[in-house]
Design a binder for this molecule. Structure first.
Ligand code: ASP
Length: 335
């Protein structure tokens, strides 16, 4: 029987209304009571619960590091891992774990639900049972899935390619730049040709992170003169338009040069969720080219931000940062 470790971090899936009528996380035993079919799965399940289950809007990089550390420590004892997590920041955690656990050869499947487990029409039961089934899939003893994924509403996504698209539909996640890795319907269908296989031989734990990353979203009328460059910005993610476009105006160029004088490297990430940043396509991105701006290519915003936070802690050398940032560490971008 496959041995799966289930890590419960919180989220709507395990929430109940408190006396004030607000949803708050409860412990895992509450959840288990509501899914009696869990016992029918041909899986040996071991449950670990975070000391204080969280609403995922309270998530912090230190929790990503704890989770990565736990999986790294338990790696040899289990065939796979399922993490129960709130949907709000699930895509950030999935991206973080995919970069922190380089060389992963086992499934780490993150899931949750839009309705709490005790609610009659909940999506929790299907999401959890299918996530466990995908985590337990094997061929000749080897796990079929060997990467960090998000499972939600009949689809298995590469975790660092997905983002939360809806707060009120069961179909809460989307992966616009990479197709789902698998679907669960009457049959569980896995698209083997899409699965990630890490070139890193041994599992490596990279649990450092840095907060020296800023984010600025462009919009028509943004007053660049009023925008202060923060001294601690080593990286600034600029959320540009379309294929990575920004105005060519003097005040924008002056803002870029203030960033450059501050030693801040700019990453161009588009507000469009589908498609890639292409430098030089339009004249309106030429200012960015002059300042050696890095392209986030077709990475999700979540993935680009988390990758920047984690890579910054690995090296002081921003050139080395640029090389790693621009290449695929865990299938997060199309090269
Ligand atoms: N606020 C919840 C969370 O992210 C939402 C959810 O789980 O769907 O923890």
């Amino acid at each position: 029987m496959r041995k799966i470790c289930l890590i419960y971090t919180g989220g709507t899936i395990g929430m109940r209304q408190n006396p004030n009528g607000k949803l708050a996380p409860v412990d895992f035993e509450e959840l288990r009571k509501n899914i009696p079919t869990l016992r029918l799965l041909p899986i040996e399940l071991e449950v670990k619960t975070m000391d204080r289950p969280l609403d995922s809007s309270e998530m912090h990089p230190s929790v990503w590091a704890d989770l990565a550390n736990e999986i790294y420590t338990l790696h040899d004892q289990f065939d796979g891992f399922v993490i129960l997590h709130g949907t709000d920041t699930m895509a950030f955690t999935a991206s973080a774990l995919s970069f922190m656990l380089r060389g992963l050869k086992k499934p780490v499947i993150i899931t949750g639900s839009q309705l709490p487990v005790g609610v009659l029409r909940t999506d929790a039961v299907e999401n959890l049972l299918s996530a466990l089934e995908f985590a337990a899939m094997e061929e000749a003893g080897a796990p079929i899935i060997q990467e960090v994924c998000i499972y939600f509403e009949y689809k298995l996504y590469r975790g660092n390619r997905a983002y939360k698209r809806s707060s009120n539909e069961f179909n809460a996640f989307s992966s616009p730049n990479f197709p789902p890795l698998a679907e669960s319907g009457v049959r569980m269908t896995v698209h083997n040709e899409l699965l990630w296989r890490s070139p890193v031989a041994e599992l490596e734990l990279h649990k450092g992170y840095s907060n020296e990353v800023g984010v600025v979203t462009l919009y028509p009328g943004l007053d660049f003169n009023a925008l202060q460059v923060q001294p601690n910005w080593r990286i600034l993610l600029l959320r540009t338009f379309g294929a990575g476009n920004a105005p060519n105006s003097p005040d924008f160029i002056e803002f870029l040069s203030r960033c450059s004088n501050n030693g801040t490297v700019i990453v161009n990430t588009s507000q469009c969720v589908s498609g890639a940043v292409v430098h030089g396509l339009y004249d309106s991105s030429s200012a960015l080219e002059r300042f050696n701006v890095l392209s986030a290519k077709d990475m999700t915003f979540e993935s680009a931000l988390v990758k920047a936070m984690l890579l910054l802690s690995e090296s002081e050398d921003l050139r080395e940062f640029g090389i790693k940032f621009s290449s695929s560490l865990a299938g997060e971008l199309t090269e």
